[in-house]
Design a binder for this molecule. Sequence first.
Ligand code: SPD
Length: 296
Amino acid sequence: MSDNNGSSPGWIDEHLNGVRYGLEATVIAEQSSPYQRVTIIDSLAYGKGLLLDGCWMTAERQERHYHEAIVHPALCGAASIERVLIVGGGDGGTARECLRHPGVQQLDLVEIDGLVVELCQQHLPSIGGSAWSDPRLRLTVGDGIAWVAAAAEASYDVVIVDGSDPAGPAEGLFNRSFFEHCRRILRPGGIFVTQSESPEAFRQVHIDIVRLLRQVFGHADPMYGWVPMYPSGWWSWTFAAVDAPRYHRPDPVRAATVSAGCEIWSPRWQRGGFEAVPASIERQLASPEFNIAEQG
Ligand code: SPD
């Protein structure tokens, strides 16, 4: 990433595998926590934004691509949505979208890095919006992996993992043991979802996540969309359930409640996102050889 903290904008880039993804912007705050470097920028194209360890996380004028996509297929599909857990999501955007559903009675948000919450509340208040003052939100600064391991069996209707890439503090959010605990704490009819990286820029990571979730939950399907500031811009979220892939069937009343206020998500957009599995990934996920080779 460029060290651009002057008064005039310069290029700020995430570098990945020989490609850089950049915005013309000014750094307005940068601090290190025990977990990572937290950077807030002000960009010409997308407004203020957040990077963690030099990787793009969110920005005011495109965060809806990500937050609407990770929330509404789960919140519209689960049998009940009274109790919802978000692991990560310290910018507040996922919480804001969850709390647009009147059926949510308690939303636990467990973010490991208090500095992310602090800087986002200070510099990016529109992303969390009214979520930060909503009495249904219970914010805990702590380890989401330990939270999930300690949570009672069948205690959440929806579990949302809004972490960063599988390196650094988010690494433990992508393994079998974590996913098994997430399955254990889901109520019958519940839905799990995690951001599952880019089918282009993180292809193998993406495939491994989908495959592992299918093994652990029984049903798991990736939904594809776009987050223009992320590597390649092409992104995915993978939804999982034990009893049935109920994330494919949005409840019409819940969908109608939120869809008029959405910029990206609608039941139709969601159908397209689940259908848009690239042919080679569909073959790879279906291949018995691939699944045997990947086990162990
Ligand atoms: N490569 C970036 C992946 C980031 C996923 N989480 C973003 C946080 C937005 N709430």
